[in-house]
Design a protein around this ligand. Sequence first.
Ligand code: MLT
Length: 311
Amino acid sequence: MPERAHKIFRILTLNQISPLGLKLFDPNHYVVGNDITEPDAILVRSHNMLQMDIPSSVKAIGRAGAGTNNVPVKDMNLRGVPVFNAPGANANAVKELVLAGLLMASRNLVPAIRFTEGLQGDDATLHKLAEDSKKQFAGIELPGRTLGIIGLGSVGRLVADAAIRLGMKVMGYDPNITVDAAWNLSSEVKRAESVEDLLRNSEFVTLHVPLVDSTRRLINSELAQNMRNGTILLNFSRDGIVDEKAVIEGIETGKIKYYVCDFPSKLLQHHAAVITLPHLGASTLEAEENCAVMVVNQIIDYLENGNIINA
Ligand code: MLT
């Protein structure tokens, strides 16, 4: 149960949290740090808490991001401990990185950069080698091509909007938006009947669903059969949503041209058709600030007033 006011609340931070959020804690009522014992609340970004022995003093957990798969949410809820997150607070940052991924793949930028960096000689030689070889990196343009978006939460919707502005056709699928009336994103987003339907009709596919039991290995070998040849698959959600073996198979059979994902992978790391990033989606100044502010406000409101928002 939340306790009202005049005690000192102890807040343990497991990752660096933006100072803009931390300064919301009134120093007269809060001590905050990464070495706090018997904390009243824990703030976390990507630290994996699944195996952590979480002290019984903890009354609330704040995840400064959208996904909560690094927090034992069910166990905490059974203990009566709410887990707050920051949905939407970093959505623009993720959207921008998805667009970067889309463009990196459509214009073959990663192999092109590797190629240019490997060139040797004087400037005239470099220019000649570049001109002679650039055909192999010729790309495709986006207008008129279809982007399939699986998951139309805060990130998926922003990606849909941006893709439409770039002249793309957008097809969407979201298992949680079932009522027709709720499907009012934009008349320009065509509703797919199923993931299969979306895969069959999209040249680019991007995933924006959380990692939960129902989305684990959502893209597997069987489902991937429905992809068009040369699909560019983007995963800026979580690695468990795509079966990596299906990616390898898809690349070998020509179904997948590129797999762009926002996390490293032992299996996929050095594959020429795979572009991996070190979970950079929310790594912008603005997103870190927005997430910290949102989650700190929720922790304060819960500890001081017992209010629960976004848990
Ligand atoms: C999220 O869950 O908000 C994003 O994946 C970014 C992050 O984990 O910080």
